[in-house]
Design a binder for this molecule. Structure first.
Ligand SMILES: [Zn+2]
Length: 325
């Protein structure tokens, strides 16, 4: 049976806002549909859309996560280390890992980082699209890199065993992280810019740097990050979701991004970062977590059984073991 590790979804934020359950909900991911393997759940903070401070909001999300994992302890167990994750993969169970998407959750306080570690956070996406105390996100025109606090945070994350995630980060911020980090880093949900020129995707140079760093790249299922035409619409502020046609195959696009990254030498780095519940619109064959097994089957037949093994979980596990979690 295939084991599937997915480095990013926004399900916790969605069910927190809608007051739904992790066991069963009307979104893209729930425990009744989730395959065997490990899901990274992000506490996602969009600071322009919340009515309290980022830390205040983040604590609400983390409490929701723990409450749901505890209620469903017969179906899923929390992974706090590589050893925990390895056990889940070996036994064919389901595991969760907690991440934060948006370093504004620290509110510029390095002690908050240690506190989040104690709460189980093992990955932090340093920025969302905007600037925060750590760095600029990808939509900030000035494109600033890591601040002094951002550098201090990445160094402390390395010490604690929290993975630095560069998805959403400005390009300059990306290169600053590569310079500061002593550990492999993740681009948990980003694709290849060469195939799909969206600002959220990675250049060939960034992919090469992540390979050299022994990092991880999770392929994002967002239609606008996979398909060139949809990316162009999104970048021009148009509603790309209205242009997704039923006959478009998301799986084929995912495979093309995997093959492209493999051709650059990322055979040990590429995995999955679905972004379930985090994007508007979806290809019908990638519309929810119940489609994961079908995607892996397609990777098996279109690329190779070895590629399916690596992309589904092998590379994620290799990365966790080397990232010092
Ligand atoms: Zn995201």
């Amino acid at each position: 049976m295939t084991r599937i590790c997915d480095a990013h979804c926004d399900t916790i934020s969605r069910i927190y806002e809608k007051n739904q359950s992790l066991l069963r909900n009307d979104g893209m991911l729930d425990l009744e549909r989730m395959p065997q393997g490990i899901q990274v759940f992000a506490a996602f903070i969009d600071k322009k859309n919340i009515k309290c401070t980022p830390m205040n909001y983040c604590i609400g999300l983390i409490e929701k996560y723990h409450d749901e994992i505890e209620k469903n302890s017969e179906r899923i167990s929390e992974c706090l280390s590589y050893t925990d994750a390895e056990r889940v993969i070996r036994d064919g169970g389901r595991g969760s890992m907690l991440s934060i998407e948006g370093g504004e959750a620290l509110e510029g306080n390095i002690a908050a980082l240690d506190m989040y570690y104690r709460l189980g956070v093992r990955l932090i996406t340093l920025t969302w699209n905007y600037a925060n105390e750590l760095a600029d996100g990808i939509t900030e025109e000035r494109g600033g890199g890591l601040t002094a606090f951002g550098r201090e945070t990445v160094a402390r994350m390395n010490e604690l065993g929290i993975i630095a995630d560069v998805s959403h980060l400005s390009e300059r911020g990306f290169w600053d992280v590569m310079e500061v980090t002593s550990k492999p880093v993740a681009a948990s949900h980003s694709n290849a810019k060469e195939l799909c020129p969206h600002r959220r995707n990675l250049t060939d140079e960034q992919i090469a740097a992540l390979i050299k760093n022994r990092g991880f790249i999770g392929i994002n299922f967002c239609p606008a990050f996979l398909d060139k035409t949809l990316a162009d619409l999104d970048m021009r502020g148009k509603d790309y979701a209205a242009h997704i046609s039923a006959d478009m195959s998301g799986a084929e696009l995912v495979i093309s991004h995997i093959e492209y990254m493999f051709s650059l030498g990322a055979e040990e780095n590429v995995g999955l970062g679905s972004d379930f519940d985090g994007v508007s619109g979806a290809f019908s064959d990638l519309g929810g977590v119940e489609k994961m097994n079908g995607l892996i089957e397609k990777i098996r037949t279109h690329i190779s059984p070895d590629a399916a093994e690596r992309v589904s979980h092998g590379n994620f596990m290799r990365f966790l073991s080397e990232a010092g979690i």
